[in-house]
Design a protein around this ligand. Structure first.
Ligand code: NDP
Length: 240
């Protein structure tokens, strides 16, 4: 039977590319989303991928959402923690809500989804968790103390949980994308983006499909010896 994969934030941007790539591998994919109903419906209808709405920052909503998926689709063997938000600003301009929202969704979401799905993976002796971090969690970024801290936290979370899963057939890895041409990066002012692209040795933004290919490998049956790692996919911008 096809393994069930949940991709959080899986109906647009990098998450949509991940959902489609996993589907092409024969996985039964469920795409979670936060509230963009139009995009979720369009994606779901176009590709026949079920979309489920819940806030990954809400602990109980994750438990309930994953229980519903298990009941309606099957036990979850693969989780891709991709949902993420930005609330950028220098420390002087950043308020507590900007800090807290980003920590709650970007880092808290990984914890909440792991609480919902990791025990079942351990019980069944097989699982794959991939957490989407960021180059800015590795290197830091001006105006992003919240985002950089949350993404850096994801890398630590990954290494710690990998140790818990290692003997149980459950791998936990991270991908740290560089700048990828999605809505999130479209929000960066063009002059700033120009300067960013100039610093990418490959000379362009990345494509969502290039991140998805990394997820396909890390969630494959063949990747059982890869755990606790961070795959940097960034056009050579940060060699870590
Ligand atoms: P987008 O802004 O294009 O899409 C974000 C997705 O996350 C949407 O599907 C959105 O749902 C979902 N989402 C947001 N908040 C929540 C929530 N609380 N609960 C559930 N789902 C939520 O982002 P990208 O595709 O650009 O980024 C995807 C991931 O990759 C993020 O974690 C981001 O931090 C990371 N990343 C992106 C980079 C880039 O250059 N784009 C670089 C490095 C890392 P909805 O559609 O309903 O709003």
């Amino acid at each position: 039977m096809a393994r069930v994969a949940i991709v959080t934030g899986g109906t647009r941007g990098i998450g949509a590319a991940i959902s489609l790539a996993l589907m092409k591998q024969g996985r039964t994919v469920v795409a979670n989303y936060a509230g963009n109903e139009a995009k979720a419906r369009e994606f779901s209808d176009a590709h026949g991928i079920r979309a489920y709405k819940w806030d990954v920052g809400d602990h109980q909503a994750c438990l309930d959402g994953c229980a519903q998926v298990t009941q309606e689709v099957g036990p979850v063997d693969i989780v891709v923690n991709n949902a993420g938000i930005t609330r950028d600003g220098t420390l002087a301009r950043m308020n507590f809500d900007d800090w807290n929202d980003v920590m709650r969704v970007n880092l808290g979401g990984c914890f909440n989804m792991a609480k919902a799905c990791f025990p079942g993976m351990v019980e069944r002796g097989w699982g794959r968790i991939v957490n989407i971090g960021s180059i800015n969690g590795q290197a830091g970024q001006y105006g992003q103390v919240n985002y950089a801290a949350a993404k850096s936290g994801i890398h630590g979370f990954t290494k710690a949980l990998a140790q818990e899963g290692a003997k149980k057939g459950v791998t936990v890895n991270a991908i740290a994308p560089g700048y990828i041409d999605t809505d999130m990066v479209a929000a960066v002012p063009p002059p700033v983006l120009e300067k960013i692209v100039a610093k990418i040795p490959v000379g362009r933004l990345g494509h969502a499909e290039e991140i998805a290919r990394g997820v396909v490998f890390l969630t494959s049956e063949d990747a059982g010896f890869v755990t606790g790692s961070t795959m940097s996919i960034n056009g050579g911008q940060h060699m870590y």
